[in-house]
Design a protein around this ligand. Structure first.
Ligand SMILES: Cc1cc2nc3c(=O)[nH]c(=O)nc-3n(C[C@H](O)[C@H](O)[C@H](O)COP(=O)(O)O)c2cc1C
Length: 204
């Protein structure tokens, strides 16, 4: 379609093509037991104070725990955890069958708890955020949980003392799982620059 002289674009329709999507495992205690769901609709709302959100379908088992406790965790699996991450996005905690084909999701992971005591986190994930809900509302069938991050946990091997990097090694070593609306998982590429520094090349 010709939009303007020499500008040719294809209209894709109303696709929320924000990419890439970080794949996370959101944890909550449901009836006192940990449960995890795969969430791509997750985001940063501010760094100071540390605010995040998730959007989770109202029918999801995990939501019961988030609503009951007012807490959840956001865990970032690495690419070695792809099968477990995909599993947590296809089987509900409601349908877990420890003796059958659907193992209980919490049994896939070693779990730990932090300051809030009700937000289960995954030991194998390089980084986990412990979150307290400060606002919840619904949009159509989604429940949006805005939360403050009360603590951030990282494996010691990924932590560095360098003010520019906010305490964590570069993303290639964290090796997160990315996702896109083509329904494929991706791994991350190489670092290409430093925040607030690259603009110098435009100014000169
Ligand atoms: C790659 C991927 C991304 C997903 N992202 C979301 C999401 O952002 N929001 C959501 O409500 N469900 C999402 N899901 C679906 C839930 O993870 C899935 O329905 C899960 O079984 C819910 O588990 P629960 O009922 O134990 O809470 C995603 C699934 C996959 C595989």
């Amino acid at each position: 379609m010709l939009l303007k002289e020499n500008v040719v674009k294809t209209k894709l329709g109303k696709l929320p093509y924000i990419y890439p999507i970080p794949i996370t495992l959101v944890g909550a205690n449901v009836d006192g037991k940990p449960n995890f769901e795969t969430i791509g609709d997750v985001g940063l709302m501010g760094i100071n104070p540390a605010l995040v959100y998730i959007a989770s379908h109202r029918d999801h088992y995990t939501n019961l725990g988030i609503l009951a406790n007012g807490t959840y965790s956001i865990n970032f699996p690495n690419t070695a955890m792809l099968a477990q991450a995909d599993y947590c996005g296809g089987v509900s905690g409601r349908d877990a069958d420890p003796q059958g084909a659907n193992p209980c999701k919490a049994e896939l992971f070693e779990v730990f708890y932090g300051e809030l005591e009700t937000a289960p986190m995954i030991v194998a994930c390089p980084v986990s955020l412990e979150c307290r809900v400060i606002q919840e509302f619904s949009i159509q069938k989604r429940q949006i949980f805005i939360a403050e991050v009360v603590q951030t946990y990282a494996d010691a091997q990924y932590v560095i003392e360098d003010g520019n990097t906010r305490g964590l090694v570069d993303l290639t070593q964290l090796d997160p799982i990315l996702y896109a609306l083509d329904n494929r998982y991706y791994s991350i590429g190489k670092p290409i620059g430093v925040g607030y520094q690259e603009a110098k090349r435009v100014k000169n």
